[in-house]
Design a protein around this ligand. Structure first.
Ligand SMILES: *[C@@H]1O[C@H](CO)[C@@H](O)[C@H](O)[C@H]1NC(C)=O
Length: 320
């Protein structure tokens, strides 16, 4: 990483005034750096002309310019057996005035989003695990475990039958992956507009919130979801999961005392759960069988949902 970061800083030249960036950026009140100078942002404009970049990508790109120093990325997910049934909720919760204690997995830092040529030059497969751990030395045991889990997930996606999946390590490959999973470049991308970067140790349960806006992102049930994986730099795992409904949800603290007071998050609802494990804690908790109900959950700050152009429910939903 020591070798890579100065190179990354050099590549991401800061400039002045962005055209379409300002309103998406967390806490941006002053001049916004010009991301058009960034090759991967220019690539986006070429393959997805006029399509707004989701806040997640803008924040990742800007973090490179502002910090010049990457931090190992961590959200405190417990993969494998998601113990908490509280991650999931029923579809009918997604309505105005619905009160919920949302579980939104924490994002405690923004990982480096590598330029495409650098990402391509770094080994990325389970076979090269020891080389990779050496590149990012010193890696804690926990980080080494996350690296192995991420590589394994990308080498052998654990998809349900009929699902397609893949990983991307740069904005260019993310764009290509999402487009190829959808079978078209006519796509729109959405992410949470204003979830915080949490202090480490923030409880995932933040308090009671009222849903004050709920907007469906797509009329189609075919969406592509990309999850940020824990890794020394940005890695996205993208998959199709049909049929799925995706929403932006504005959450306002009920007592006004919970921080943040207002959040806008993405939620997805899996409409067909018939192939889920009967041991899913949500099913067990509510005494349900796979396929009985649609199951919803919130996504992390950096997760991205792609819908096909012309099918989006409300273009302004996630980019207000
Ligand atoms: C939730 O928000 C709606 C719309 O702003 C409001 O009418 C309702 O009273 C709120 N409910 C709670 C429990 O705060």
């Amino acid at each position: 990483m020591d070798l890579l970061l100065p190179l990354i800083s050099l590549l991401l030249v800061a400039g002045g005034g962005g055209r379409w960036l300002g309103s998406f950026v967390d806490g941006a009140t002053t001049a916004v750096p010009n991301l058009e100078e960034v090759p991967s942002a220019a690539y986006w404009e070429t393959v997805l002309p006029g399509i707004p970049m989701p806040p997640a990508i803008i924040n990742l790109l800007l973090a490179q310019q502002n910090e010049g120093e990457g931090s190992h990325h961590a959200h405190s997910h417990k993969h494998g057996n998601k113990k908490q049934a509280g991650v999931f909720f029923f579809h009918d919760m997604l309505r105005l005035g619905s009160v919920i204690i949302p579980t939104i997995p924490l994002t405690t830092s923004l990982p480096a989003l590598l330029p495409h040529n650098i990402a391509k030059s770094i080994p990325f497969s389970t076979e090269r695990l020891s080389d990779i751990i050496a590149i990012f030395a010193p890696a804690s045991l926990a980080m080494a475990r996350e690296i192995r889990w991420t590589l394994d997930t990308c080498d052998h996606p654990r998809t349900l039958p009929g699902q397609k999946a893949g990983c991307a390590t740069s904005l260019e490959s993310l764009t290509e992956l999402a487009s190829s999973l959808h079978g078209t470049h006519n796509v729109h991308a959405f992410s949470a507009a204003n979830l915080p970067i949490d202090a480490a140790g923030t409880p995932a349960l933040r308090g009671m919130y009222n849903m004050t806006a709920v907007r469906k992102l797509s009329d189609s049930q075919e969406i592509v979801t990309c999850h940020d994986l824990t890794y020394p730099y940005t890695v996205y795992y993208c998959h199709t999961a049909n049929p799925t409904a995706a929403y932006t949800v504005t959450l306002e603290s009920v007592d006004g005392a919970t921080v943040p007071q207002v959040m806008e998050a993405l939620a997805v609802c899996h409409l067909d759960t018939s192939r889920w494990s009967p041991k899913n804690p949500f099913f067990e908790m509510h005494n349900l069988k796979p396929g009985d109900v649609a199951v919803c959950h919130f996504l992390t700050k950096l997760s991205i949902i792609w819908v096909r152009g012309g099918e989006q429910g409300d273009t302004h939903a996630a980019t207000r």
